[in-house]
Design a binder for this molecule. Structure first.
Ligand SMILES: NC(=O)c1ccc[n+]([C@@H]2O[C@H](COP(=O)([O-])OP(=O)(O)OC[C@H]3O[C@@H](n4cnc5c(N)ncnc54)[C@H](O)[C@@H]3O)[C@@H](O)[C@H]2O)c1
Length: 263
């Protein structure tokens, strides 16, 4: 065992979605914990920027392009990683999209687009990493869910369904691959300031309402998702599988509406 429980030294870590938001922060965080990080994204330039930032700090990183919606592309990229580095030890998968609108107005095309990335794309990543990790007899898969896997609001029906769905697939995969030495878990953020949530930040009332909804009374920065992710990736989580860590400042612990006088 490594001298540090949370060290990722010697591990090859693939981060899909590393070009933005939480994926970028997590890629940098895994590198700061000594991981050899492969920054993957459908947009190659921002993924390369993340890799360059890591390299600039003396870490180990490279970048490549992958489209999660194309199962063949995911399979090819993950196989190349294994060939180049000898193993694929950790997968972190962040990409997701949202079309906010009432269910009565949802078109089939919008439904297919959201499900196609959030659920089918997630499945592609789990399948390709799962096959490699089963074969090598070890690995940790970390999927990104959301508080929306439990709680909804108007306009979030389809997105919420995908975030609950990814959790159930992660739990099933944990059960299927546990005997092969592969752990599968999820991180469920509250509200995090990233390009995905930029439109909310532009609306002061909306932004404040979400901050007031959690115990700490504020939004998270993407870097605040690193701790849970590195934990799940590392030997510190050797007995942790099939679970979800809510990193939500207590959003799911309280109803957040009212503090009685004197409390
Ligand atoms: N930001 C939040 O407040 C928040 C809250 C709860 C859950 N989450 C979850 O966290 C995860 C990351 O969110 P974020 O805010 O960092 O998003 P983001 O939009 O900032 O980043 C997503 C990244 O995924 C990449 N991507 C998109 N489609 C892709 C594809 N087909 N193949 C490969 N890469 C693709 C994008 O290029 C981008 O770099 C998502 O699963 C989201 O549901 C976010």
């Amino acid at each position: 065992m490594s001298s540090s429980l949370f060290s990722l030294e010697g591990k090859t870590v693939a981060v899909v979605g590393a070009g933005s938001g939480i994926g970028r922060a997590v890629a940098e965080g895994c590198a700061a914990h000594e991981g050899r990080v492969v920054c993957l994204d459908i947009n190659p330039e921002p993924a390369q920027e993340t890799a360059d930032t890591i390299l600039g700090k003396g870490g180990h990183a490279e970048a490549a392009c992958v489209d999660l919606c194309d199962g063949g592309s995911v399979e090819a990229v993950f196989s190349t990683i294994r060939e180049r580095h000898g193993s694929l030890d950790v997968l972190v998968c962040t990409p997701a999209m949202n079309v906010r609108k009432p269910l009565l107005d949802y078109t089939d095309e919008e439904f297919d687009r959201v499900i196609g990335l959030n659920l089918k794309g997630g499945l592609h990543a789990m399948q390709s990493a799962g096959r490699i990790m089963s074969d090598q007899g070890s690995g940790s898969i970390i999927m990104f869910s959301s508080i929306r896997s439990l709680l909804v609001e108007p306009g979030q029906g389809v997105y919420a369904a995908t975030k609950a769905g990814i959790l159930q697939m992660a739990r099933a995969l944990a059960a299927e691959l546990g005997p092969k030495g592969v752990r599968v878990n999820a991180v469920a953020p509250g509200v995090v300031e990233t390009p995905l949530t930029e439109p909310i930040k532009d609306d002061a009332n909306w932004y404040r309402a979400y901050a007031d909804r959690n115990i700490l009374g504020r939004w998270a920065q993407p870097e605040e998702m690193v701790g849970a992710t590195v934990f799940l990736a590392s030997e510190a989580a050797s007995y942790v599988t099939g679970t979800v860590i809510f990193v939500d400042a207590g959003w799911t612990a309280t109803d957040g509406r009212f503090t009685p006088p004197g409390m």
